[in-house]
Design a protein around this ligand. Structure first.
Ligand code: YSA
Length: 325
């Protein structure tokens, strides 16, 4: 093949290349180590002197032309690739921003925080206790004897024979008294569990906030004052509250506090003066120390405060409900 023919074929092949791979293939065919033009240049040595000069010049010119053509074609492909990528990745700074969705505190967390703040301002320290409890702390130490109905399967989620999911936050009272000397005032918020049927105001897991204040002369009047102060600050001055006598094995006397809800009284908390046996179980001498304790239902307070008529909504995970807070 002479140089003119080679040029024709090489040019047309380069022009035909549709992508960088085709182009590279063509480059190898003509300019590669074993390429056709390379072969011509190598064969020059065997040619007669005059031909060597003529063909050599032509071949070298063709080599430069082909190289220039490859370069320009390669640059064109690169530009195309860049343009395509830029089109795909283009940032339109005038486009409206994507809305970042923000979460919010669960109503129960909000209420718990508010309650903690109020008790904090009244000098109460915040304590936590375990959700998996022993029979001793949940019942025995709280003066709840073995035959008490609260120990039945119906109320308690037992974990084997000695362990259980705590049914109330009261065991924290004992755990705290065992390790601290009075006077003290604490609150212990947290989850509790009851094996019972659910309805609009009962759940199988809910939140309580335990309170305990022990000193030399802490009285029922202090309990009433603190609870009224707490409830009015949390729920507003206008709420209607009533105290009534009640029974809990771990207090003497015992009271319950109800609040008016949808025209009926809803029980909010249990409370009373800590029973001498409970003080003893906590390692305190009842002739020296006395105090009050209470356990308030956080979920019930949240229901009243945020006007929610079914406790089960708190645990439904329904975003339509949660987004309202
Ligand atoms: C009483 C005296 C003390 O010195 C200290 C604490 C207590 C309270 C006691 N430990 C207790 O658990 N009493 S309680 O069974 O009546 O529950 C307390 C509050 O939890 C109730 O007043 C109610 O507000 C809430 N509660 C009870 N069962 C519930 C519930 N809330 C939602 N679902 C349930 N199933």
């Amino acid at each position: 093949m002479n140089i003119a023919e080679l040029k024709k074929i090489a040019f047309s092949e380069i022009e035909k290349a549709k992508n960088p791979e085709d182009l590279e293939k063509a480059r190898k065919t003509y300019l590669g180590r074993k390429g056709e033009l390379t072969a011509v240049l190598r064969s020059l040595a065997e040619r007669p002197a005059e031909e060597k000069i003529r063909v050599g010049k032509e071949a070298n010119r063709l080599k430069s032309e082909l190289e220039a053509l490859f370069e320009s074609k390669k640059t064109a492909f690169e530009k195309e690739l860049l343009a395509a990528a830029a089109k795909k990745e283009r940032i339109d700074i005038t486009a409206p921003g994507k809305k970042v969705s923000r979460g919010s505190s669960h109503p129960l967390s909000r209420l718990r925080k508010e309650a903690e703040d109020i008790f904090g301002s009244l000098g109460f320290e915040i304590i936590e206790g375990p959700e998996v409890e022993t029979e001793y702390y949940n019942f025995d130490a709280l003066n709840i004897p073995a035959e008490h109905p609260a120990r039945e399967m119906w109320d308690t989620f037992w974990l084997g024979k000695k362990f259980l999911m705590r049914t109330h936050t009261s065991p924290v009272q004992i755990r705290y008294m065992e390790k601290h000397n009075p006077p003290f005032r604490i609150i212990a918020p947290g989850r509790v569990f009851r094996h019972e049927a659910t309805d609009a105001s009962h759940e199988i897991q809910f939140n309580q906030l335990e309170g305990l204040m022990v000193g030399k002369d802490v009285s029922l009047a202090d309990l009433k004052g603190i609870l009224e102060q707490f409830l009015r600050r949390l729920m507003g001055e206008k709420i209607q509250i009533r105290f009534k006598p009640s029974y809990f094995p771990f207090v003497e006397p015992g009271v319950e506090v109800d609040m008016l809800w949808n025209g009926r009284w809803l029980e909010m908390l249990g409370a009373g003066m800590v029973h001498p046996n409970v003080l003893r179980a906590g390692g305190l001498n009842p002739n020296e120390w006395q105090g009050f304790a209470f356990g308030v239902g956080i979920d019930r307070l949240a229901m009243l405060k945020y006007k929610i008529d079914d406790i089960r909504l708190f645990y439904s995970g329904d975003l339509r409900f949660l987004r309202q807070f």
